[in-house]
Design a protein around this ligand. Structure first.
Ligand SMILES: [Zn+2]
Length: 446
């Protein structure tokens, strides 16, 4: 276990149900968990042996959580197909993402993951829920991601998105089962840092037979599904045409939904499907930047939240920067509704309230809040408020000021991964150099 750590002399923002903002305060982390939060003058004498990080009056917050990432996407950088560029969502998949994930090899997967994990450290995203695809190298693929997550130090939930698009659904099930069993046999402390979900690519790429077998396996393992739902209208059309059911009707009938499952995107779901999310307690995850980039539409985020559906925020690998994503979430709803009054609070809720709830379920511990017993994930943000900052106006500062400012220190599970903008124990240049070598070889296979 790491030495006790105090991040102190800062403005502590606890988040959680009773968000408190206190100046000259500190957070003490012991054995990966928050031991105490309080005045610097009280915390510091209570743990004289602890390593002390002086936040210099800056903000001390819980680390951010990304509820939908794709670590494997790194080699897509600079790869945009053209002549002509893909237009529909399915073309983007068929000409970009599927050929990419089909030729990823073992070391590619590992290095692809290291790069965005380093970005997570820099941007203060201390927990990620990842969805992996590598049709050409499925068995053992999640071990490569786990190795990268462990080495960089980011709290991670991993899964492989099973798909029948190349007839490898059964192999995908095998990998999810193998990995989840392995994770579940690890020590309780390890399971707080690394956990598994059962991944499905999307409804339109899994047949009923594969879906049935996946549900049986996930039930046996006691885990939920992480699946893309109705990202494009074509996904819904495919479901209705093949099965006579809309996507969430089909997934519900098959038993794939529930409080442990995540339905990603939900751009084109209808009222009945929103009812199903609510009835089953399934959380949805909004990825506004990706939806805009792929021009697939705008998810009914506010409608889902009004119904009491838990909606989280992910980046779909567009970025590891949750601050950028939350700002986009807000602006997208303003534009969609042609109403500047909407979504300000809700956008922040996605990231600051709902992602912590989603992650806390998956990791079986409180994540995303500064209070005793919660995960020891803390960031320091270089923010100097130009107007009074208090609990009542925090979200305004957050969305328009804090999110514009750099994360300078990142701590996960009580371990310092970045201090005053310097990565600790991570050789970024060396990792990027090897990534470029592998990407050059990968390009020849692509
Ligand atoms: Zn995705």
């Amino acid at each position: 276990m790491n030495k006790d750590l105090i991040v102190g002399n800062g403005v502590v923002i606890t988040l959680g149900e009773d968000n408190k903002i206190e100046k000259k305060s500190a957070v003490l982390i012991r054995d990966g968990l928050i031991e105490a939060v309080g005045a610097d003058s009280e915390i510091r004498p209570g743990a004289p042996e602890a390593e002390y990080i002086d936040a210099g009056g800056k903000l001390i917050m819980p680390g951010f959580i990304n509820a939908h990432h794709h670590l494997y996407s790194t080699f897509a950088r600079g790869l945009a197909p053209h002549d002509p560029p893909p237009y529909t969502f399915v073309e983007i998949l068929e000409r970009m993402w599927w050929p990419l994930d089909k030729v990823l090899e073992e070391e590619d997967i590992y290095y692809s993951a290291l790069i965005p994990l380093i970005d997570c450290v820099k941007k203060g995203a201390t927990t990620i829920i990842d969805h992996h695809e590598s049709q050409g190298y499925q068995l053992g693929s999640l071990d490569q991601l786990a190795r990268a997550a462990r080495e960089i130090g980011i709290r991670s939930s991993l899964c492989l998105g099973i798909s029948d698009r190349y007839g490898k659904g059964e192999e995908g099930i095998e990998e999810n089962v193998r990995f989840i069993e392995k994770v579940q046999s690890a020590s309780p402390a390890e399971q707080k840092m690394l956990t598994g979900m059962f991944g499905i690519h999307a409804a339109f790429t899994v047949n009923d037979d594969t879906l049935d077998r996946a549900v049986a396996a996930a039930d046996r393992l006691g885990v939920g599904f992480h699946i893309h739902v109705a990202e494009a209208a074509s996904d819904e059309e495919d479901s209705v045409e093949k099965y006579g059911l809309r996507i969430l009707e089909r997934l519900n009938e098959k038993g794939a939904l529930g409080p442990k499952s995540l339905a990603i995107h939900c751009v084109h779901i209808n009222d009945r499907e929103m009812d199903i999310l609510k009835e089953t307690g399934t959380a949805a995850v909004h990825n506004p930047e990706s939806n805009m980039n792929n021009a697939v539409g705008v998810a009914p985020v506010l409608e889902m939240m009004e119904r009491g559906i838990q909606v989280g925020l992910g980046t779909d690998a567009m970025t590891s920067n949750m601050c950028k994503e939350v700002q986009i979430a807000n602006l997208l709803q303003h534009l969609e509704k042609r109403d500047p009054r909407v979504a300000f609070v809700e956008s922040c809720q996605l990231l600051l309230e709902n992602n912590p709830k989603i992650a806390s379920r998956l990791f079986d511990q409180e994540v995303g809040v500064l209070k005793p017993g919660a995960a020891g994930d803390v960031i320091v943000i270089d923010y100097i408020p130009p107007t009074p900052l208090n609990e009542d106006n925090f979200l305004g500062h957050f969305l328009f000021g804090i999110c514009e400012t750099e994360v300078i220190t990142t701590v996960v599970n009580g371990k310092v991964l970045m201090k005053d903008k310097e990565l600790i124990g991570i050789d970024e240049e060396k990792i990027a150099a090897r990534s470029r070598e592998l990407a050059a070889k990968f390009l020849k296979r692509f």
